[in-house]
Ligand binder design. Structure first.
Ligand SMILES: [Fe+2]
Length: 363
C-alpha cells in the first residue's frame, strides 16, 4: 500500500521550484447546474481595485511550530482587510449574489450557503479566476497561487440565515488551504454578523472547544476567550480578508437584527505542489455536490503532475535506486489514496447516495 505524501513528516523542499499552471475550467457543467444568462460581463479594469492589507498575522504569530510552518508554502495565517472590488465591481457582484440566493441551501454548520457558484455564474468565475486578482493574492500569501483546482471550491456564497438566532457560520477550520472572505454587502447596514478568527493554533482551539482537531471542520457554538479572538472590521463592501483557512479557526457571528449580509469565499491552491495537500478530501467526498468525484480525481492528478514535473526537473542523476523509487512513490501517493477513497465512496453510494446521506458540511 502506498504511503501518504506526508508520511515522512514535513516535506523539505529542494531549492528547485517547479510551478504548476492553473487547471483550465471544465468545458462542461456537472449535472443539475446551469449558468445564468444576461449577467454583467467581468472587466478587470472596471471591477477590480486593490489596496494593501491593513495587517498580516503569520503562522508564527499564531503559535504554530517550525514543522507546521515549514510544511506550508505560505508563512501567512491571516492578512487584511484589503480592497479587491471597485464600487462598480461591488454593484455587479451584489446583483449576481442576490440572483443566486434562490439556490442557497442549509447545513448544520453554515446556516445558508450556495455551492457551485463558479458553474452557475460566468461573472463570478471570471472574477475569481482573474490573473490580476490571483497575482495580487499571491503577493499577499508570499507564494504563487492559482484558482482552486476543484471548480466547486472556486467560490462559495454565504447568506445570513432567516433565523437570526443562528450564527451565520460557527467556529470551524476550512477544508481547503487558501481562501479570502469577501464582504459583498455593506457592513455598515448590519448589526452583528462579525467575521472573527481565533489567534492561536488548531490544537489550542480544539482543546478549548473540547473536540479533536479533525472535528474542527464540523463547527462549534462554544464561545472562546474574548482576548484571543480578533473581530475584523471591513471598511466597506468590496473589502476582503485572506486566510490559510485550514489552519485558522474562524466564524461569522449571528445578526442582532434582520439585515442583508452576503460574503463570498473563493478558494485557491499553491502552485508549488511539493508541499502536503491541505485539501480535506476525506470530508469533501461526502458533500453531495454534483461533479465532486471527477473534481477530486482532477485535483489529485494535477498535484501529481506537478510533483512528477518537479521530480523530472530536480532528481539528481546521482540518486540511488531506493531513493529514486521513494521519490516516484511520493509523487503519486495522493493519486493512489484518492482512487481508494473514491472506490469506498462508490461502494457506500451503492447503498445510500451521498447526496441523500449527509446534511452537507459546507466549506
Ligand atoms: Fe470558513
Amino acid at each position: 500500500m502506498s504511503k501518504p505524501a506526508d508520511a515522512d513528516g514535513p516535506r523539505q523542499p529542494s531549492s528547485r521550484v517547479t510551478l504548476s499552471d492553473p487547471l483550465p475550467f471544465p468545458s462542461e457543467l456537472p449535472p443539475g447546474y446551469e449558468t445564468m444568462d444576461d449577467e454583467p460581463r467581468f472587466d478587470a479594469g472596471r471591477h477590480l481595485a486593490f489596496s494593501a492589507p491593513a495587517r498580516t498575522w503569520t503562522l508564527g504569530d499564531f503559535g504554530y511550530d517550525r514543522n507546521t510552518i515549514d510544511a506550508s508554502p505560505s508563512p501567512v495565517a491571516v492578512a487584511g482587510p484589503f480592497r479587491v472590488l471597485s464600487d462598480e465591481g461591488v454593484q455587479a457582484t451584489q446583483g449576481v449574489a442576490r440572483r443566486l440566493g434562490k439556490f442557497s441551501r442549509l447545513s448544520q454548520r453554515t446556516a445558508n450557503y450556495l455551492a457551485g457558484g463558479a458553474y452557475r455564474s460566468r461573472f463570478l468565475r471570471d472574477l475569481f479566476r482573474a490573473p490580476e486578482l490571483v497575482d495580487f493574492l499571491s503577493r499577499v500569501a508570499g507564494t504563487p497561487l492559482a484558482p482552486h483546482s476543484m471548480p466547486s471550491q472556486q467560490v462559495y456564497v454565504n447568506y445570513a440565515p432567516e433565523d437570526i438566532t443562528r450564527h451565520v457560520d460557527t467556529w470551524h477550520t476550512d477544508s481547503i488551504g487558501f481562501d479570502i472572505v469577501l464582504m459583498v454587502t455593506d457592513p455598515a447596514t448590519i448589526k452583528g454578523g462579525e467575521f472573527q478568527f481565533f489567534r492561536g493554533t488548531r490544537e489550542e482551539a480544539a482543546g478549548l472547544l473540547a473536540t479533536p482537531t479533525g472535528g474542527l471542520i464540523r463547527g462549534s457554538n462554544v464561545e472562546l476567550p474574548a482576548a484571543r479572538v480578533e473581530a475584523v472590521k471591513f471598511p466597506s463592501p468590496g473589502y476582503a480578508l485572506f486566510q490559510q483557512g485550514n489552519l485558522v479557526l474562524h466564524r461569522a457571528t449571528r445578526l442582532l437584527e434582520r439585515g442583508e449580509r452576503i460574503t463570498m469565499v473563493p478558494g485557491f491552491v499553491a502552485r508549488d505542489t511539493r508541499f502536503m495537500d491541505p485539501t480535506n478530501v476525506g470530508s469533501i467526498v461526502d458533500w453531495g455536490e454534483p461533479g465532486l468525484a471527477a473534481e477530486l480525481a482532477r485535483h489529485k492528478a494535477w498535484l501529481a503532475r506537478g510533483r512528477l514535473d518537479a521530480l523530472i526537473d530536480g532528481l539528481p542523476l546521482s540518486t540511488a535506486p531506493r531513493e529514486a523509487a521513494a521519490a516516484l512513490r511520493r509523487a503519486v501517493a495522493d493519486v493512489h489514496d484518492m482512487a481508494a477513497l473514491l472506490e469506498r465512496q462508490g461502494d457506500n453510494d451503492a447503498v445510500t447516495p451521498s447526496a441523500g446521506r449527509n446534511a452537507p458540511t459546507a466549506r
